[in-house]
Design a protein around this ligand. Structure first.
Ligand code: IPM
Ligand code: MN
Length: 349
């Protein structure tokens, strides 16, 4: 019996999670898997009502689960940063989910803005470091509001943090068994301390423990260009937290947009949290028009992480049967409602 914590969150989060749960229910029934869900109301709504961002003991409570399934966090009436830092990043950090895994896969008949590229060209995975870099909140502001104001925000890169992320990426490239190639995406020409550490660790670990995996390096600025020009060059890409955040939004658009981009915050030794990479989409909240496929794909990734390979494959296969029937991956343009897309996936399963 798997125990799953569900955090629907804000905006369209609850709508897409509802569909994801429907799909999980169908796949569990079909495959004889038992899964139990517990709901947590963390998010902007709760914060505005109670003033509490994340209740005391929330992370220790969440540690008791096999995985966490999350919709989206963020609220138009709350200053940016409060909920993101106080809930999403706090959970990633405290649960030590040091990998943010973001597959970039163009499904059949999904529109990509890149001319002359198809599903055979767009199929790579970004391994984003998820607990360090610019995201740690290290730094501060001096003399705030004065002409002498100073703002410092430091990128933290530890050998341990970098190494565990690189090892995960090498292992992933091996397990994926496609081009068996790992690309380090960095900025060694400017960030000469941070990416010096990354590059040395990358080459040392690769040479010693992963001679079967080809190594490649790309500067992050060039990556944004190549991702459009020749996405087929990439198999597994590993990068730091900030660069990973940025390049995966661009990657999302070449795979059809945030409506299909799934992701997982992974602690291979602990509790992982699966979430669509798009946000709360306030403009579509409550309209039953948002695309649930990213959330459904994230549920598939959760199954894979739990070791339920067959269930994961069934979910992905079902998604690939449904995308050709949809008019678009964009909210309100799908030709179907959120509920109907969820139902179609369930039917395929
Ligand atoms: C993401 C999001 C988050 C991030 C925000 C909401 C804090 O953009 O998951 O990519 O920057 O990591
Ligand atoms: Mn992002």
């Amino acid at each position: 019996m798997y125990k799953i914590a569900v955090i629907p969150g804000d905006g369209t989060g609850p709508e897409v999670i509802r569909e994801g749960l429907k799909v999980l229910d169908a796949v569990c029934k079909k495959m004889g898997i038992e899964m139990e869900f517990a709901n947590f109301d963390f998010g902007g709504g709760r914060y505005l009502k109670t003033g509490e961002i994340l209740p005391e003991g929330a992370t220790s409570e969440l540690r008791k689960f096999d995985a966490i399934y999350l919709g989206a966090i963020g609220h138009p009436d709350v200053k940016p940063g409060i909920l993101e830092r106080g809930i999403l990043l706090r959970l990633r950090f405290e649960l030590d989910q040091y990998i943010n895994l973001r597959p970039v896969k163009l499904y059949p008949n999904v529109y990509t803005p890149i001319k002359n590229k198809g599903p055979e060209d767009i199929d790579f995975v970004v391994v984003r470091e998820n607990t360090e870099g610019l995201y740690t909140g290290t730094g501060g502001i001096l003399k705030k509001g004065t002409p002498d104001e100073v703002a410092i925000q430091t990128s933290i890169n530890t050998r341990k943090g970098v190494e565990r992320c690189l090892r995960f990426a090498f292992e992933y490239a091996r397990k994926r068994n496609k081009a068996k190639k790992l690309t380090l995406c960095g900025k060694t020409n400017v960030l000469t301390y941070a990416f010096d550490l990354w590059e040395r660790a990358f080459n040392e670990i690769g040479e010693k423990d992963y001679p079967d995996i080809a190594r490649d390096y790309v500067h992050v600025d060039a990556m944004t260009l190549y991702m459009i020009e020749c996405p087929e060059k990439y198999d597994v890409v590993v990068t730091d937290n900030m660069f990973g955040d940025i390049i995966t939004d661009q990657a999302a658009i070449i795979q059809g947009g945030l409506g299909v981009a799934a992701g997982g915050n992974i602690n291979p030794e602990g509790v992982s949290m699966f979430e669509p990479i798009g946000g709360t989409a306030p403009a579509f909240t409550g309209r039953n028009e948002i695309n649930p496929l990213a959330a459904i794909g994230s549920a598939g990734m959760m199954m894979e992480m739990l070791g339920e390979q067959k269930a994961a494959e069934a979910i992905e296969k079902a998604i690939m049967e449904v995308t050709p029937k949809m008019k678009s991956m964009r909210a309100a343009e799908m030709g179907y409602s959120t509920t109907e897309v969820g139902d179609m996936v369930v039917r395929e399963i």
